[in-house]
Design a protein around this ligand. Structure first.
Ligand code: DP6
Length: 402
């Protein structure tokens, strides 16, 4: 190989999805390895609406590992970032030694440049660390030629990231081993399994930054006896019921379990001492709207779930989306015109009956919701083959330099 082409960086770009838990992970039994006190289950959201894109380059000429996130250089020494880098390099070395000592090992000693962006605003308060660490680990694995189970490495970046390693419906089995080898994500059903299922993210206008999940769950583990009861006595049965509801595509069962689990998670936050409040007035209004809507129809057509912030994620079947969007626009009159209010999958217009408005019967909250992202279940991480999509140039530095 000529000298100059050996110095040319090897560049790989991948994308990874956001996931939303319907049985929540909250609490660790091991902070370092990120091992949870209960199993959890999530739906992977479609990357057409929400994704992280990561480009990684390796080159002999790089002096050190470096990372740029959303246009800004960040500290590569972040411990969780270091765990992921170390684990992938370890697996790559192991593969070289065990399987094929002739494997080209030059890349292994080379430094990496990492550049990552989200296609949604960080300010929207959507969990970006899951997509971010899933994308980092998936891309690193491609760069260093590592194959096979990667969710245990993504887990060490952020717990919920292990579930973003697969598409569709994904469980994170808590495992029992001390070394965490059996604490893995596993696909329950693929993204094609339930095509009628739709997901709307209602981005609530938050006033302040809530307590982060990592520190929030630490305080909950120390102080909440409800959390212990939840992990020991509620979640095991709920996981089994949720898997059954997903497999049977039983929306009413899925919806009820999802809402109860979200409510119990927020109850454990209230049981934490001092208490943590993630839901605000807008979130509470959304909860009321959903229950009153379901009562109006005498069946469970909508489900809400909330993570560590005020944004709501609403599940429903495709045929109910247009009317529900009208309900949201009526009870949370937007600041912007209708077109801007809904992003993502197109939504048809629909009428809103007086009876439904009256049955919901709440006082509208103007500007309570900034916008809606309309999406569905989607695939796991993907490799981007089009080289024009790389975020790092042929010099290995961010394009349109930051
Ligand atoms: C409420 O995965 O962000 O979204 O493991 O400390 O990085 P760390 O926490 P993180 O916690 C997510 C908590 C949650 C529920 C869930 O996604 O299961």
């Amino acid at each position: 190989m000529p000298e100059d082409s050996m110095d040319k960086p090897n560049i790989v770009t991948c994308t990874a999805p956001v996931n939303i838990a319907v049985v929540k992970y909250w609490g660790k039994r091991d902070e370092e390895l990120i091992l949870p006190i209960n199993s959890s289950l999530s739906v992977t959201l479609h990357q057409d609406q929400l994704k992280t894109t990561t480009t990684i380059a390796t080159s002999r000429s790089f002096q050190e590992d470096r990372i740029w996130l959303n246009g800004k250089e960040e500290d590569i020494n972040h411990p969780r970032l270091q765990s992921c880098l170390r684990e992938i390099r370890r697996l790559a070395r192991k593969r070289r030694n065990d399987d094929d000592p002739s494997l080209d090992s030059t890349g292994l000693s080379q430094r990496v440049h990492i550049c990552s962006v989200n296609n949604f605003p960080t300010a929207a308060g959507l969990a970006s660390s899951a997509a971010g660490f899933a994308c980092l680990v998936y891309t690193l694995a491609r760069v260093f030629g590592v194959e096979g189970e990667l969710s245990a490495i993504a887990r060490q970046g952020s717990g919920s990231a292990c579930r973003s390693m697969y598409g569709g419906f994904v469980q994170w089995i808590m495992g029992e081993k001390e070394d965490g080898k059996d604490s893995l994500a596993q696909q329950v059903e693929a993204e094609t399994h339930w095509p009628e299922l739709r997901i709307l993210v209602l981005v609530a206008s938050a006033e302040r930054k809530p307590v982060g999940s990592t520190s929030g769950m630490q305080t909950s583990v120390k102080t909440s006896s409800l959390l212990k009861h939840r992990a020991d006595s509620v979640v095991p049965g709920r996981m089994a019921d949720m898997i059954e509801a997903v497999q049977k595509k039983d929306f009413a069962a899925f919806a009820e379990l999802t809402m109860k689990d979200s409510n119990q998670f927020h109850a454990t936050c209230l049981d934490t001492y001092p208490p943590i409040f993630y839901l605000n007035r807008v979130s509470q209004q959304i909860i009321n709207v959903v229950h009153r809507y379901n009562r109006h129809y005498g069946e469970t057509r909508l489900a809400y779930t909330f993570d560590a912030g005020p944004n709501a994620v609403i599940f429903m079947l495709k045929q109910h989306v247009p009317e529900f969007v009208q309900v949201v626009q009526h009870f949370f009159p937007p600041e912007t015109n209708g077109g801007q209010f809904i992003k993502g999958l197109p939504v048809n217009s629909a009428a809103l009956s007086e009876e439904l408005k009256q049955d919901i019967g709440l006082e509208p909250m103007p500007k309570g919701i900034s916008y809606i992202i309309s999406t569905k279940a989607g695939p796991g991480p993907c490799v981007v083959t089009d080289p024009t999509q790389h975020l790092l140039g042929s010099d290995g530095f961010p394009i349109g330099s930051v």
